[in-house]
Design a protein. Structure first.
Ligand SMILES: [Fe+2]
Ligand SMILES: [Fe+2]
Length: 208
């Protein structure tokens, strides 16, 4: 898949999550948390693969768009700070909704600049083959990208490549721990529901 198609697909995935989040009411705490976790994951990976692969490729072959890339890096930086605060924040927190709203506004602005300004210039300047090669590199980078935001980590090569590998391992461990915790909570809920049902059927059999 060519680089631009792959990244635009990512943008669409994130936009779908944003729209779903906006449709949930303030009482849908669990759904909002699940959506926020997915947004954190998708955006963390997307930002890193652009920083590791696309932006350096653009800076090398299209020096005339250097300022656009530098601005994009700053927008990623701000988004990663907000993401790092949303990550792990309780959806009951009075600032949760405001943080996600600000994140969505910022990311929509960034995506618009990429799709309307930066990507068309890249598509025009690079060959189909080059775009396919960058696309392959993006897909490879995605497999080992950190899944959490690391706003203090380097965001340009070679620092981001080296730091990214270590951060990705740590994130995978954290993701696994989070998954295990959720599974344990589910099991406990199931057990409690079973015990309640058993008690209720016992009562109805004894006629109480
Ligand atoms: Fe970006
Ligand atoms: Fe992007």
């Amino acid at each position: 898949m060519d680089a631009i198609t792959l990244l635009v697909k990512d943008h669409q995935t994130v936009e779908t999550l944003f729209a779903k989040f906006e449709q949930t009411g303030p009482r849908a705490v669990k759904a909002r948390k699940t959506l926020a976790d997915r947004i954190v994951h998708e955006l963390s990976v997307h930002a890193v693969i652009e920083e590791q692969v696309l932006y350096p490729a653009i800076r090398e072959s299209l020096p005339e768009v250097e300022d656009d890339v530098l601005e994009a890096l700053e927008e990623h930086h701000v988004a990663k700070w907000v993401l790092s605060e949303i990550d792990g924040m309780s959806p009951d927190h009075e600032r949760f909704q405001a943080k996600v709203t600000v994140l969505i506004e910022n990311v929509r602005h960034h995506v618009e600049e990429e799709e309307e300004e930066l990507f068309p210039k890249v598509r025009k300047a690079l060959s189909t083959e080059q775009l396919e090669q960058i696309g392959e590199a993006l897909a490879e980078a995605r497999k080992i990208a950190p899944t959490r935001p690391h706003p203090k980590a380097p965001d340009t090569p070679p620092g981001n490549i080296a730091a990214g590998a270590g951060a990705a391992l740590l994130d995978k461990a954290r993701d696994a721990a989070r998954g295990a915790k959720k599974q344990a909570q589910k099991e406990a809920q199931k057990k409690a529901a079973k015990a309640t049902a058993k008690k209720a059927s016992g009562r109805s059999r004894s006629g109480r």
